[in-house]
Design a protein around this ligand. Sequence first.
Ligand code: CP3
Length: 342
Amino acid sequence: MTKTILRALAGETLPTPPIWMMRQAGRYLPEYKATRAQAGDFLSLCYNPELAAEVTLQPIRRYGFDAAILFADILLLPQALGADLWFVTGEGPRLSTITSESDFAALKPVSAIDDTLSPIYETIKILRRELPEETTLIGFAGAPWTVATYMIAGQGTPDQGPAHALKDGNRALFEQLLDRITEGTIEYLSRQIDAGAEVVKLFDSWAGSLKGADFDRYAKEPARIITQELKRRHPGIPVIAFPRQAGEGYIGFHAATGADCVAVDDSVTPEWAAEHVQVSGCVQGNLASSHMVTGGDALVAATRRVVKAFSKGPHIFNLGHGITPDGNPENVQLMIDTVRGS
Ligand code: CP3
């Protein structure tokens, strides 16, 4: 029997939506923290295929989610393209910055990425052997705009100011960088699929800060190029696009990009997303991740509301964004039980 997530991605309306959770392997889980301590730092964990596979499997063992997402990070591709990358505890990622033609010229060609990223493909091979047969394996990458925001600023930024400044101040350089990331993303995801990823997801976490024509050029268009090329090379592999906080930009995103599923965050209501986005295809989402902290009757009511709103079309249940480290593992179980109706 075809796996439930693949059925939803093929456009089927299921009586119970399949479920997985963004950041399901993460610091809210004690077993994740233990393996992370064993690995040393976060990047060592990402590049250790045995341990990366182990943390990917932990939430599957604990909860029986319908999908596993590869344990890695969107910032490994910039590193493979030659950016320095490190994580500052309690603060987040730091990268060497790209703000001039000479910074860009020092980057590596796309053909070099496997020198860095081959352990990731190894993790995928281990997972395909060890996952239960009903569990779908999702590979992923960052979308070019979101990856560029980190490469330009050298860190996360509240408003993506440095990336907007480069886009508006030196559009030629900005577009060269975006093109390099787009090509690298195609190769990286293609290799993930070769290794055994059954679905791929593009995380455009900062798509919401692109407005008007910029949204079309730098969120929709790269997603379209990546999706089309992956579908040419790997017919039948579904693509999930996540242009987070796109608002009205979610409308028409399936058709403009060819993505099989559009993931929506919780800045839009599920009723709105059902009416305006699910009409065009499968949607994924969109319970507020704060319910994983607060739990209780409000969690149950909000979970039921999401399930009901999306019940007339293809739907994959998920949060609107990743679970936070203060999420309570018992609340995750309550969400799953509510979705599955037990
Ligand atoms: O969802 C999963 O469980 C799969 C693995 C995954 C991680 N990051 C692991 C991770 C995925 C899909 C990502 C995507 C990612 N990484 C995004 C896009 C999605 C989003 O959340 O918007 C972004 C923007 C990043 C970049 C990144 N990685 C940041 C900004 C940070 C620091 C903030 C934080 O949460 O600590 C990370 C670190 C990171 N990536 C952790 C994990 C489990 C925490 C690292 C740790 O163990 O200390």
